[in-house]
Ligand binder design. Structure first.
Ligand code: ADP
Ligand code: MG
Length: 408
């Protein structure tokens, strides 16, 4: 059984209500229409802006408006094309209302042509002249009420994307908290060993034995130094994408999972076929992805097992890619759960899981254009899961740097 995660489209930008939201833009260049309409709306306390040209109309719609009233004379073919471009550019929640005052009279080839051209403008109300002020006002009110609904949808989209952002942050904090706990744990083990060795040395009169204890203490302290070196590197790392060596990030994750793996009787099987493989990534994001996949793999092997990590580079057809597979011989993922694992709050770990790890992983994949395949077997005899992360290799960037260095 396998699923693939590929990009799911851009995130919705945050949108703020503006004071322009409820105003009506009026474009009626000939006759006294614009003055009359502006007066009518002004008396009703409805904000309005009179535009002198289609250009100005489009500019004002882009700045924000509730509706537009325009006379048919202003809608030449070029004007319609220009207006269509603005309407097409509107965000997905928007269906901008246009109230068009038509000339009336007979249907001609020209009027039919304009009608066809107007079609893609979408939300168009046609009012045939002469128009009574009440008719214009009530039509405009309907248009503005519809627009209000659109603003409500806009607000909901913004709230949704704010909530998503809060979740992303909370998962990041949870990851940081877990990393801090692992670091403390990893440092504590060698320190305990050193304490024991010092204790042994105190009462030991044998110089040869003492030398052995000292050598062991040295090794333990070297391990502490290694952990702090890795940790300090996270701290100084840039958060924007840079040329990143995948193996070093993988190493910095594994160093922190040592004791957790030992406690769960998990053996690691690491095969590095491409030690130099590099990708364009924020090292922190790549670490978050790997840490979550490795953490999930260990969680799935409650009764021991094998963690298989494999780093390779594929040249094949197309651009070179880096592939990192993280496999386990754990419980596997049930068929019914598999399609949902990338959704937020999906967890089978009760209190100890957040269900946000793979969701954030999915977001990071989408942002970086990475892909992931999941293969899993959930059975009584054999079970296990393999996550395979595929990223474009950063070789071209590195090659360019080498060339410019050579030139320099
Ligand atoms: N390697 C794996 N083996 C078995 N189940 C997994 C594995 N990876 C993920 N899962 C399932 O997917 C769920 C969601 O994972 P994740 O989003 O990281 O949240 P969490 O780890 O907090 O539960 C897990 O609770 C688990 O049921
Ligand atoms: Mg997880």
């Amino acid at each position: 059984m396998a699923v693939q995660v590929i990009g799911r489209g851009p995130l919705v930008p945050e949108l703020k209500p503006s004071s322009h939201d409820s105003r009506t833009i009026v474009l009626a260049p000939t006759g006294k229409d614009s003055v009359l309409i502006a007066g009518l709306l002004g008396r009703r306390g409805m904000p309005c802006h009179v535009a002198a040209s289609v250009e100005e109309l489009c500019l004002e719609i882009e700045r924000g408006a509730g509706a537009a009233i325009l006379s048919e004379e202003a809608l030449s073919e070029t004007a319609i094309t220009r207006l269509r471009a603005v309407i097409d550019e509107q965000p997905p929640w928007s269906d901008f209302p246009l109230v068009v005052l038509t000339v009336g009279g007979r249907v001609t080839i020209q009027s039919e042509r304009l009608r066809a051209l107007r079609q893609p403008l979408g939300n168009v109300f046609l009012l045939e002249r002469p128009i009574r002020p009440e008719t214009l006002l009530s039509t405009l009110e309907i248009a503005l009420r519809g627009r209000l609904r659109q603003y409500q949808i806009r607000e909901q989209i913004a709230q949704y994307s704010r909530a998503q952002e809060a979740l992303r942050r909370s998962e990041k904090l949870a990851v940081t908290g877990r990393l801090a706990a692992s670091i403390a744990h990893e440092i504590n083990n060698p320190l305990e060993a050193v304490t024991n060795l010092l204790y042994l040395m105190r009462d030991c009169g044998d110089a040869e034995k003492s030398k052995g204890y000292l050598a062991s203490a040295d090794q333990e302290l070297a391990r502490v130094a290694e952990i702090t070196r890795h940790t300090l590197r996270f701290y100084r790392e840039p958060s924007h994408p840079v040329d990143t060596q995948v193996e070093s990030v993988l190493g910095s994750v594994l160093v922190l999972y040592h004791s957790r793996m030992a406690a769960a009787s998990v053996e690691a099987d690491v095969e590095i076929f491409a030690p130099e493989a590099r990708v364009l990534a924020s090292p922190g994001e790549l670490r978050q992805v790997i840490a979550n996949l490795v953490g999930n793999a260990i969680d799935a092997m409650r009764h021991g097992g094998r963690l298989r990590l494999r780093l390779s580079e594929e040249s094949g057809p197309g651009k070179p890619r880096v592939r990192l597979t993280i496999g386990d011989t754990g419980s596997g993922i049930p068929r019914s759960l598999l399609p949902t694992i990338f959704e937020p709050f999906v967890t089978t770990k009760g209190e100890t899981g957040t269900g946000l790890g793979l969701w954030v992983t999915g977001e990071i994949l989408r942002r970086n254009g990475w892909k992931m395949q999941v293969r899993t077997r959930h059975g009584a005899l054999r079970s296990g899961t393999v996550f395979s992360l595929v990223m474009p290799a950063a070789t071209t960037v590195a090659a360019q740097e080498e060339v410019s260095e050579a030139v320099a």
